[in-house]
Design a protein around this ligand. Sequence first.
Ligand SMILES: [Zn+2]
Length: 258
Amino acid sequence: MVHLGEMQVETALFFETIEQIYTRVFRSLKPRASVPTVTIRFRKYANITSRIRLENNNLTVDISDLLESAPAPIQEALAHILLAKLFRRIPEAGIVARYQRYLNRTEMRRVVHSVKRERGRKLIRNPKGETYDLQAVFEELNFKYFDGLMARPQLGWSIRPSRTTLGHYDPSHHAIVLSCLMDAQDCPAILVNFVMFHEMLHLRYPTEHNGARRCVHTQEFKQAERQFEGYREAKRALRAFVEKEWAREALGLSSRGA
Ligand SMILES: [Zn+2]
């Protein structure tokens, strides 16, 4: 016998359709409500995305086709998560963890990455910006900190000026993207270098997946980050830049490069 939270994972599960799973979970969450007609559609999304809505007693669930072959306990976990969201409840932690563990399995991650690459387009601007050239920035850091040995990924400025994410590494597209907000005269070079260096370290120390938990900045990562020349100054520049940008937003000033 398998214990999976409060769910029933006995024989019934193996003979249920996905529609029946949703109906059963719906009943368990809303015992007094009338049971809706359930329609499940597997869609070719670029990501593991699912949507749920309830209208006129019709429950429609759109699920990424990447989950079409997921086993029943995973379908049931997703049903719990989506229905909890619909009813603005917090899903049981154990159920969320089970679903996350499934997504984090090596094979699943590989499939998701390749599908993202195929279906999703990564929209980024030319790495040669108005003030900074990201290819030059990358190569200088590569030479200085990585013996010039790091293979250059795709590089580019973001389309939208993000204040909250100054840089990110996208493993699906093997791309480092920096917020176009920093391609400006009033953004110090040390900050652009530092954000690029940080993203390069994500290439050097890939995300460690440990069950349901995702560990992005390991101790090893943080230690390597402190090797950046002028680390403290870079941190100060980062804080000053972010504070200035927040102030601009508070004043209702539009972002540059929008
Ligand atoms: Zn990071």
